[in-house]
Write a protein that binds this ligand. Sequence first.
Ligand SMILES: Cc1ncc(COP(=O)(O)O)c(C=O)c1O
Length: 448
Amino acid sequence: MNPQTTHVFHRHLHAELPVAVAAHGVYITDRQGRQYIDASGGAAVSCLGHGHPDVIAAMHAQIDRIAYAHTSFFTTEVAEALADDLIAHAPAGMSHVYFVSGGSEAVEAALKMARQYFVEIGQPQRRHFIARRQSYHGNTLGALAVGGNQWRRAQFAPLLMDVTHVSPCYEYRDRQADETAEQYGQRLVKELAQTIDRLGGENVIAFVAETVVGATAGALTPVPGYLKGVRQLCDRHGILLILDEVMCGMGRTGTLHACEQEGVVPDLMTIAKGLGGGYQPIGAVLVQRHVVEAFAQGSGLFQHGHTYIGHAVACAAALAVQQVIRRDGLLEACRRQGEGLAQRLQARLGEHPHVGDLRGRGLFRGVELVRDRHHKTAFDPALKLHARIKREAMARGLMVYPMGGTIDGQQGDHVLLAPPFIVSDGELDAIVDRLALAIDAAIASTHA
Ligand SMILES: Cc1ncc(COP(=O)(O)O)c(C=O)c1O
């Protein structure tokens, strides 16, 4: 693609992108015939890999039956079947699914649903959302407002609703030397409690958090007990807990929902990327029964909606993805290959002078880069180390998902890895080998 001649308004107006023409399994092929290992599943999307025959067949069959019916006129068999499937495997208490077309839409729907819930139950004074710094919840205005990444928010700040942000759970940087992980988690819960008290518990709608932080901080996992403490605090004040599992959910961390590993059930949970695995744009909000009942006994109408919600082909693709994951034991594979990936990263990069932290769960792994391991100092943001790593990785036939601003939206660099659950041992070897070479080449280029 030539940036001078394209009519597509690309993300970067000066970048020369390769043209993807085919994809199969963990590989994407460009027009020049170069193959790339998709070690990030795009942006943690392609859980089954590319070109899965069962998903393609399900989409073909659905198109032949009915591709689209507007949800204010009809429901479809396939949307009902997908909702049944998702609720059958959801945490206890979840009873309904609100379908949308992606992650930001799921977050927007969850925010509005939470607000309207309190209107329905006679608490219209609730108007505050609390979320965390260094989180990412999407790029639409509501989702961007709850997101806590300064770089993404800065130029849109005058348009964003007022949201209160508390500390992320970032053990590598923020746990003090004399604290256990549990004590650190309780300190964070205390900070949230103080924030709620300052706003007035009766004025807060919801606390919003990614169960495992993805794009902006690189697979930050919660410390033991932290989310349980958050859940108890929310319950004490009647505040809803919204967990955003758009990136970390649908099997990515080794369990279908990342919150299963925390023993916590949110009131609303957003899911997207791995739901449709990239075969169709689809997201959803999983909703607890008590929230649905408030709507049913109140106005009977969620004042929201988009043209493409519950799209039949998107639902067919997502249903097929979920069925294949179960049929082929891919959650187990994700856990096993995730351990294999962690071990390879540890062996190859564990003692690397510029790797500060290796973290994550399942096939959702983060590598945080530092200039100095001892002091955990970041590289100069002006060097854009993350962009150099992406370039060097692509030159070696490897797709990874690096990002800058890991620490505070400005400082810090990390690489996120999220390969398909079908990744083989040999492919894991190649991923870690190419990544290590790309990191070294990128760092060497900063001295040039
Ligand atoms: C946790 C989280 N929430 C929301 C979103 C937004 O999803 P989308 O890009 O599909 O709108 C993302 C995307 O990366 C995400 O990681």
